[in-house]
Write a protein that binds this ligand. Sequence first.
Ligand SMILES: NC(=O)c1ccc[n+]([C@@H]2O[C@H](COP(=O)([O-])OP(=O)(O)OC[C@H]3O[C@@H](n4cnc5c(N)ncnc54)[C@H](O)[C@@H]3O)[C@@H](O)[C@H]2O)c1
Length: 378
Amino acid sequence: MTVLGVGIIGCGNISRTYLRNAPLFRGVEMRAVADMAPAAARARADEFGVKALSVDDLRASKDVAIVVNLTVPNAHYPVSLAALKAGKHVFTEKPLAATAALGRKLVAAAKANRRAIASAPDTILGPAGRMARGLVEAGVIGKPISGTAFMMSHGMEHWHPNPDFFFKPGGGPVLDLGPYYVTQLVNLLGPVRRVLASTTIGNPTRTVSAEGPNKGKRIKVETPTTAHALLEFASGARVMLGMSWDVWRHGMHPIEIHGTEGSMRVPDPNFFGGIVEVARGRGEWERHDTSGAVFGKPNNPPDNPANANYRVLGIAELAEAIRTRRASRLSGDVALHALEVMEGVLRSGARNRAITLPATRARPGVMTEEDAAALAAD
Ligand SMILES: NC(=O)c1ccc[n+]([C@@H]2O[C@H](COP(=O)([O-])OP(=O)(O)OC[C@H]3O[C@@H](n4cnc5c(N)ncnc54)[C@H](O)[C@@H]3O)[C@@H](O)[C@H]2O)c1
């Protein structure tokens, strides 16, 4: 198998997870890292034995076929665009770009440069996503009619050492954690055609409580921190989606889908594994534990594993798509649609009216257990 070289741009918080996970996958090799703060790249390079380069040199490196964009959301567009123009394939952290208009330009730039762009979240290709999609495809719950999805917590300032970007346009729960939920819903139900939402900013300022140099800093909140939305899917299914960083504690399940024949519960799409539950008609919940499946074994956090975090699966999937000349399951088209849904939620909230989305057939391709196993290192 041809191994594709990978270079990371953006050596912050999440880059360590990517560098740590890379050896778990076949067909990709981490070769270089870069950051606009050279010391950040140097630190990761020393930790993981890869080259630290300038951003320009990484983009020009012949060792690198895929640029992985782990910069902050507002930098996703310029960093991905420059990489595509330099002839690299791109895997980007979510969201694809800070706005759908910029996301559209990236998808067009990839086509114009004959390069692939794919995007996180790759969690939906984990065993819970594969199990849930398989059950839907097999008709176990019949035709999906309705559902609920909830991502609610009390914000990010208590754990992230540099949390400003979460509270600026391009961040917020809708664009930061929404991608996991929206992409999983599109995976299970297909594209969304219409969005109606109501949004608010729960608190105009946030105070950083995470340890570090920013502790005590006040952040002005410039994007909604609570959004409640109704998603109407092209299939006819309706899903209520709640996303908030103004909630202390709650009892809602991450995702439930209800069909003509049964109901399904899907675990937190921010992780790869977990338990998928199905009720056939009025029957009890049947539990499908995915922790024994490929990329399902809890490995996160490393010292006391509680959940499965196999980020890099999407890069290995993209590398295989490039090698076999097919579209990635996490293609720019899928990420763009997810971004249009999320932007639709924010626009609907701001304008107080329903938003009809551009028609699309974008939906992640099915990944079977065999497909997943083929990407795992020996
Ligand atoms: N932190 C997490 O747990 C997590 C989880 C999943 C996804 N993500 C996503 O990953 C991305 C990065 O998040 P993070 O938490 O690592 O952020 P971070 O702020 O810790 O790190 C971002 C890094 O990117 C660098 N950078 C910013 N703009 C740049 C540019 N134009 N060129 C080169 N380098 C640039 C910064 O110097 C910084 O080192 C975000 O899109 C976020 O949504 C983060």
